[in-house]
Design a protein around this ligand. Structure first.
Ligand code: HEM
Length: 465
């Protein structure tokens, strides 16, 4: 069996010739990024992590794997197992051709100009509500869980953009049922992708927890359906999908069921990702009083009615966001791709066709050759005029920086996310310039657990305002 494994020539622990169990256990216990990272540290940039999966931590190979067009690797069907949403959606599509057509259809709706012209005001309104909600709660309780409020903000904003109506969790201060089910369902999705049999059996078990873990898609799709019907009956067609539908009329075929599935997929892709990254961003700022002071100074000249376009040129704010994305971007784990027909040579290794090849930014962003003192939060890496500093970023380091993924599968929602990150930092720091991390928030509680996305292990991030 050892010699029959086509990956036998790759470095890696002996057991990975025979079993993927240690990898799966690490995944199920929320420690996959650490498991793979430790193997890179021990065995180098190319490592066999299971009998049929190779992890790669080499910038040139990263570019080759995620290259747009010929030579680039396609996504693995693992994404379909992850979301198991019925129809292929942009996030889960495998073939370059189908994906390219769908991506072109969505491009205009998610462009920076469309987000700014049509959505920025409602995003800002949600952030203002979140900041107000945090202030009111902190006045009553002395401390407030930022993660909870940023999650309300991101889910209300996503619901507004995708379904035409906010969940109004920011006004009620209570999690919507959609959000509760989505968050439990995400844990089920992550484990179902690793153990499909567990999910199949789980769907048949008539216990509420089992249903919520493994049968959430029915609920999510029903919600999308009702939301779309309501939206149309009210004659208020102003959602991201109105723009997409207008594009589709030019010739692309997008059925109603595709719209429901895509809207659901975008809710999943756009909610926890931004909420978690904003939480880590603000936590990192509050940990460094000098940085907080300098940022407050930079932001002090910014008017209340500022637009994202007023913020995108602020050097310190944007450097801080890039550094937060380097260390705490919400999706730093493996992005599985498949070696193309005929196999591929990467880093001197022949990788047989069909092999799963994963890259993880958790490791790329912590390569000490590219990012000296990789665990330190150093904003000057991203500041102009640092050419003589050891933190100056080389071209290779810039190429390795990929919190949004890479190539043709780069994050579709990055303009929404940047808008939310910049406006959230602005409004939070302007409202609470003296905010402090609460004693209940520790390095340990903020350690990242990793179920596809990361999140603080303590599942909250309390601050005193
Ligand atoms: C800080 C927030 C976010 C982070 C860190 C993030 C990160 C990522 C990453 C790393 C990928 C690549 C996945 C892969 O190659 O397998 C991705 C893809 C994607 N993201 Fe995001 N994302 C964020 C916010 C959003 C938002 C707000 C939306 C939409 C509302 C969104 C929608 C998508 C979609 C649709 C894809 C798939 C693109 C494709 O395959 O063509 N993301 N995101």
């Amino acid at each position: 069996q050892y010699l029959r494994n086509p990956l036998y020539h790759l470095p890696g622990p002996w057991y990975t010739h025979f079993t993927s169990l240690p990898l799966k256990l690490a995944t199920l216990s929320g420690r996959r990024i650490y498991f793979v990272h430790s193997l890179h540290q021990k065995y180098g940039p190319y490592v066999r992590i299971s009998p049929s999966e190779v992890a790669v931590n080499d910038v040139k190979a990263f570019k080759q794997i995620h290259r747009i067009g010929s030579g680039g690797f396609e996504k693995s069907t693992w994404y379909r197992d992850l979301l198991a949403i019925g129809r292929p959606i942009l996030f889960t599509m495998v073939g370059h051709k189908d994906h390219g057509a769908r991506r072109r259809l969505f491009a205009k709706a998610f462009s920076k100009s469309n987000i700014r012209n049509n959505w920025e005001d409602s995003i800002k309104e949600k952030i203002e509500l979140a900041v107000r909600g945090m202030g009111a709660e902190a006045a009553r309780e002395e401390k407030v869980d930022m993660l909870r409020w940023w999650t309300f903000m991101a889910s209300d904003a996503s619901a507004h953009l995708m379904f035409g109506e906010s969940f109004h969790t920011l006004e009620s201060g209570e999690e919507s049922e959609y959000l509760q089910r989505l968050q439990t369902g995400l844990v089920g999705m992550g484990s179902g992708a690793e153990f499909p049999l567990m999910r199949t059996i789980g769907r048949w078990i008539p216990l509420q927890i089992s249903q919520r873990l493994f049968a959430v898609n029915g609920y999510l799709l029903d919600y999308a359906n009702t939301a779309m019907v309501n939206m149309r009956s009210k004659g208020d067609g102003k959602t991201i999908f109105a723009t997409i539908a207008a594009e589709a009329e030019k010739g692309e075929n997008l059925r109603d069921i595709d719209v429901h599935c895509e809207a659901t997929g975008l809710m999943i892709a756009g909610t926890d990702t931004t909420a978690i990254t904003i939480t880590y961003l603000i936590w990192a700022i509050l940990k460094q009083p000098d940085l907080r002071r300098d940022l407050c100074e930079e932001l002090s000249g910014i008017a209340e009615d500022a637009k994202d376009s007023d913020l995108e040129h602020l050097q310190l704010l944007n450097a801080t966001i890039e550094e937060a994305l380097r260390l705490y971007g919400a999706l730093p784990g493996g992005l599985p791709r498949v070696a193309p027909h005929g196999g591929s040579k990467i880093g001197g290794y022949q990788i047989p066709e069909g092999t799963t090849v994963t890259t993880q930014t958790y490791s790329l962003h912590r390569d000490a050759e590219l990012f000296p003192d990789p665990e330190r939060f150093v904003v000057s890496r991203w500041m102009p005029g640092n050419e003589n500093s050891k933190y100056h970023l080389s071209d290779l380091a810039k190429a390795a920086f990929s919190p949004w993924g890479a190539g043709s599968r780069t994050c579709l929602g990055l303009h929404i996310a940047y808008t939310e990150l910049r406006l959230a930092a602005l409004l939070f720091l302007q409202a609470f310039p003296e905010a402090k991390i609460a004693p209940s928030t520790t390095e340990k509680s903020m350690e990242m657990e990793n179920f596809f996305l990361i999140r603080p292990a303590g599942h909250k991030c309390e601050v005193e305002l």
